[in-house]
Design a protein around this ligand. Sequence first.
Ligand code: ATP
Length: 353
Amino acid sequence: MLTLGVLAGDGIGPEIVASATQIAERALGSLSIGVQWRALPFGLTAIGEFGTPLPAQTLAELDGLSGWILGPHDNAGYPEEFRGMLSPGGAIRKHFNLFANIRPARTLSTAVDAVCPGLDVIIVRENTEGFYADRNMYYGAGEFMPTPDVALAVAVFTRPACERIAHQAFQLAAVRRKSVTIAHKTNVLAKTTGLFRDVCLTVAEHYPDVEVRGEHIDALAARLVSHPSDFDVIVAENMFGDILSDLAGQLSGSLGMAPSINASLTRAMAQAAHGSAPDIAGRDIANPVAMILSTAMLLRWLAGRDADASALGVVAERIEDAVRRVLDAGVGTPDIGGSASTSFFTEHVLAAL
Ligand code: ATP
């Protein structure tokens, strides 16, 4: 029996997480793999019940699991005292040292009207430090305001964190098209992004079959649009990776289609690349594809980690294939030009399974 945690989150979170868990359950059931979902308090509802978006009991329960699904959260919608602190999703990443955020972007179906249909990249984003000041300190945050008119932020780059994320990128590229692009901005951030680039280049020596090149983040962003097929795996620090992956997600179809996992060497968390979309919450029109594909990525990650769990890789393929067939049939939510509701789309994927 496989036990997976479920943290539904805010905004469209409960709708898309319910879709993803139903679909995963059906796909796992078709291979007779039992799954137990452990729903855990998280987000706005947890504030109401436990006085915090991330209760200690949720962290304690996650500690006993190797995988879980996290719905998007809406920090901006929390009461004043919870804003400006580390987001609950960021706190989970930090607590479990989920240092690698793996964000693929590719057009799943020709029926999806993508700006760059030829795009097939994986953004490997460092998750624990870099320019995101809310998570790069042991204590406190790396943003300060000495006066109401002066704001400062500290970026943190460390050799071990750059090394481990670089290894993730090269390992992924080695089983794909064998190319890694390092995102940096060494002309103006020579020490910080320079260290990131140089460590990645040193790690590259362990992977002689993989070609490597560095590129300034701004030029890279432009070339991602003009020459999408030039890219295979892109490795980036935290903020560059976050921005690039939203860009890549949208170029390959819609933000609502962009999946991701956050992983350490022992645990992984499925999390869509998009946010909680409060503007469309509760209307049954959110695109569940990113959450569904993130869940498939989690199953594939579990399969890769444990030889006994290799059947989970087959389940992941079945889920992706079912989603592709439904999209190919022209069924899609409004963000990709369709008219299907979240539940209608989910029913079609369940039927395809
Ligand atoms: P965050 O900072 O948490 O990533 P955000 O402010 O970047 O959030 P999102 O919540 O990702 O913003 O939403 C950006 C836009 O994309 C919104 O108009 C939203 O409705 C749309 N969007 C995001 N996710 C989906 C989805 N799954 N289906 C349909 N539309 C979506």
